[in-house]
Design a protein around this ligand. Sequence first.
Ligand code: ASP
Ligand code: MG
Length: 435
Amino acid sequence: MEKFTYVRHSFAVGMIVQKFGGSSVADAEGMKRVAQRIVATKRAGHDVVVVVSAMGDTTDELIELANQVSPMPSGRELDMLLTAGERISMALLAMAISNLGHEARSFTGSQAGIITDSAHGRARVIDVSPGRIQEALDQGAIAIVAGFQGVSQDTKDITTLGRGGSDTTAVALAAALDADVCEIYTDVDGVFSADPRIVPAARQLKSVTYEEMLELAASGAKVLHLRCVEYARRFDLPIHVRSSFSNKEGTWVVKDYPEGADMEQAILAGVAHDRSEAKITIVGVPDRPGVAAAIFRSLADAAINLDMIVQNVSAAATGRTDISFTLPKTEGQTGVATLKKIQGEVGFESLIYDDQIGKLSLVGAGMRSHPGISATLFGAMSDAGINIEMITTSEIRISILCRESDLDRAVQAAHTAFNLDSDQVEAVVYGGSGR
Ligand code: ASP
Ligand code: MG
């Protein structure tokens, strides 16, 4: 087994929060490997708080089990069940650390003072009061906290923060404890300019800004939970995304690019992709004031999250237009049902539901100052024979929709067109899950 020494990267630190994803603690061997790394950090003189996810695929297995006993388990009970996954990890990790001669104490999210609202399955952290964690640190212990969970301020019930939520636990604790850095350990070496499984020549980013990472995470990059990046930005807390399987320096998520950063990298951070959305087209919508409002009000009332929205110019002859929008596939059926209910009142002709779509997003702060980025992107799609179905932009992002079957080629073409390809294969995926 590789021996871990704690290597300081870039700046000196005194308090470190380390988060280990499910693939890093998938089995007893993984637990022991992670325990060694934690102990090495402690021996280097740092205060260490650890946030841990459920082992391997435990969360998926628990959800599956819940569905076997009930098709619609209640949010309260599902959260109670799922948080057990992280509790298994925290106790085992504390045992593995103590076996190496250091004191470790495990805490549930609730014990660690992670206070949330009461939205089961997607609770938001509203306050963190880590008194017991601070106390453990003051007594020289390593604190281990179960990720992804908290306790509702109102109902006092146990909540979860949404899939991948342990990242958010880690950053929220790091901010509350005024840690110097939050290290997110995963099974890849850091954040890449594209998913290395699609683009083998993807390059590892040395650093990326909060705002770019937010756009990447919102556009389908799974390496960090979106909320955790929002949190880090709010508190200006540096995140270091790195592998728990190697000693390599990973990717720093920070406010600004460091002085002298690679200029190429500073123009575009990368290409993200997303296969989780579907498209609904409302055909023949009467073109008069209030119609779009009625449509989108009904979708909002059904708590459906929309992403891209496009409305065509109405045909002069008919006075009717088409409106297309995208939404998570998981909300597709609810979206269609909601719109059918208002069809009579709004008077549109028909609905088309399409879940064979893919979304590509190009992200980079340099878009603000470099003209011609969209021209290059659209040119690359045209050269690759890929039809663009929708386009949306933000200040630092361009997203396009295409056929799902074209998505991998689209990502490769965009990556090459912007010279993001590295000359060597840099990415190693150690565990396989990307978490
Ligand atoms: N175990 C939870 C999940 O799989 C939380 C996490 O891994 O961050 O979503
Ligand atoms: Mg997990």
